[in-house]
Write a protein of this length. Structure first.
Length: 509
């Protein structure tokens, strides 16, 4: 029955709206700038994210610069990663930073209890991470250990990284780094309602204040302290934190994963159209979740001093067959590209409060940008969306709305049948990002401006022969961007046809 309703509504949507009209209000003023940090990444000590994915060590046969593999870091540089979160995740609340400094051969080994029981040799520690951030041009976002670490341990870590003087600075210098690093973002624990200590919101808000107090600003470094936030629709957590601790925080986090079903996460590459639309409506649910958390924050903080930080988001499926279930290694199809595009278009519209988002995770884990297999590397469809969309970083949002139909998934959830957003960059260029989620329907699009008369338009498109298409080691890429020449200027309008299941970014002059 549900299936019949789903198909009927879907076909009604097709016939009622074969054409989408996007109205762009480029004359609107006072719009927020889209923070580059919306394009943040997350790198945890989990599976092959850090080891093999990024860090191979100086002696590796895989080409590397100072231990960082060259192919991966070169590809990551093209994404212009504004901020990188580390070392977890759940790993953060069992991580003791002093294990990861000093001569590597002396560093203790620990069992990664959260992620497959893998033995961690701590060869990638604070210096290796902060130097990686310098290599990528990314702002570090350190997540501290609150669940099993002490207040003093976190305070000393901040001092070690950022102070010019004192015994922590001297220890850092003995370990090869005289100048302190600049560290802006400090997370005070991770998922402290779960793997970070199983705390109640009330208890955590007191603990947060204690840890945050002693994490000091040293030598001109200004910390932006982020309290652990809610999971999904736990609005009570947000309410309690805002009520008890809003004066002491710069940001409050939120985690939202797009998961087919937590008890049956299903394949990353083998899915039906019905499962595809279910996943997309689950993705779209972030709009409502952001709106609700923001409304609570607005009630306590109408001046919007506390930022909302979505520091984990993305798809989560079963691991690839034959891989360690604790390593969360999943493939990435054109469906994931669609999920990324829809999410990013939504995030742009909430940047009055949402100031950072970190996709989980950067390499080899969950909805990754890059997958590696020993010396081999592939770029995922999600990578291409992040590269195409990075023109929105630090650009001013231009309000827009789409007149389109709706998609009702078999699970009974509803979403618009089209996704778009528009921004104007510092050079005055307009960028329009569009996604057509229909699997079997091209959509004719008219983009109409209030007053602007475009002179020229160019673009890039990401599409594939099938929605399950993904890039595989040793094969020609099945999903890669191409020039898009179909958009035409017509007075105050652009006209184009978006193929089924495609993502397009236009540059308009
Ligand atoms: O990203 C994987 C895990 O998901 C993180 O470690 C944790 O914070 C979340 O539950």
């Amino acid at each position: 029955m549900k299936k019949i309703l789903f198909l009927t509504l879907l076909s009604l949507a097709f016939t009622a709206r074969a054409q989408v009209v996007v109205s762009v209000h480029e004359t609107a003023t006072d719009q927020p700038v889209i923070p580059a940090e919306i394009y943040g990444q997350f790198s945890e000590h989990l599976g092959r994210c850090i080891y093999e994915g990024i860090w191979v060590g100086e002696d590796s046969s895989i080409p590397n610069v100072n231990g960082y593999r060259t192919d991966v870091t070169d590809a990551l540089k093209a994404l212009k990663i504004p901020v990188l979160r580390w070392p977890g995740g759940c790993f953060a609340d069992e991580y003791h930073w002093m294990d990861g400094i000093g001569p590597r051969e002396n560093r203790p080994k620990l069992v990664n209890n959260n992620w497959g029981g893998t033995v961690e040799d701590n060869s990638f520690g604070t210096h290796e991470f902060l130097n990686l951030c310098e290599l990528l041009g990314s702002e570090p976002y350190i997540c501290g250990n609150v669940g099993s670490g002490t207040v003093a341990e976190l305070a000393k870590w901040v001092e070690y990284m950022t102070a010019e003087n004192g015994s922590m600075a001297e220890l850092r210098a003995r370990n090869g780094r005289k100048e302190p690093w600049k560290v802006k973002y400090l997370g005070v624990g991770n998922e402290n309602w779960g793997c970070g200590g199983e705390m109640t919101a009330q208890y955590y808000s007191d603990v947060y204040k204690r840890y945050a107090l002693y994490a000091r600003n040293h030598s001109g470094n200004q910390l932006f302290k982020i309290a652990c936030g809610a999971s999904e629709r736990d609005y009570e957590w947000t309410r309690t934190l805002m009520k008890n601790a809003r004066w002491n925080m710069s940001g409050l986090s939120l985690h939202y994963y797009t998961v087919p079903d937590w008890n049956n996460k299903k394949s990353a590459t083998d899915f039906t159209p019905e499962e595809y639309y279910n996943l997309l409506t689950d993705t779209y649910a972030i709009e409502e979740i952001l709106t609700n958390h923001i409304a609570i924050m607005d009630a306590y903080d109408p001046e919007r001093k506390v930022a909302l930080i979505l520091d984990e988001w993305g798809t989560w499926y079963d691991v690839e067959p034959g891989t360690n279930p604790g390593h969360l290694f999943q493939q990435n199809t054109m469906r994931d590209a669609m999920v990324a595009a829809i999410n990013l278009n939504i995030f742009h519209k909430h940047t009055g409060r949402l100031k950072m988002a970190n996709i989980a995770q950067m390499v080899n884990v969950l909805q990754a940008m890059i997958l590696t297999d020993g010396p081999r590397m592939i770029l995922t469809p999600t990578y291409h969306v992040f590269r195409m969309f990075n023109v929105h970083q630090n650009a001013r949002l231009v309000p827009s709305e789409a007149r389109c139909g709706t998609i009702v998934s078999a699970s009974g959830e509803i979403m618009p049948s089209f996704s778009q957003s528009v921004s104007r960059d510092r050079n005055g260029l307009l960028h329009v990002s569009l996604a057509n989620p229909y699997l079997d329907k091209a959509v004719k699009v008219e983009v109409e401006f209030d007053e602007f008369r475009p002179k020229a338009v160019s673009g890039e498109i990401l599409k594939a022969s099938t929605i399950t298409a993904h890039n595989e080691f040793g094969k020609a890429p099945a999903v890669a961007p191409a020039d898009f020449r179909d958009a035409k200027v017509n007075g105050k309008k652009l006209t184009l046809t978006l193929p089924a299941a495609s993502v397009v970014v236009l540059e308009v002059k």
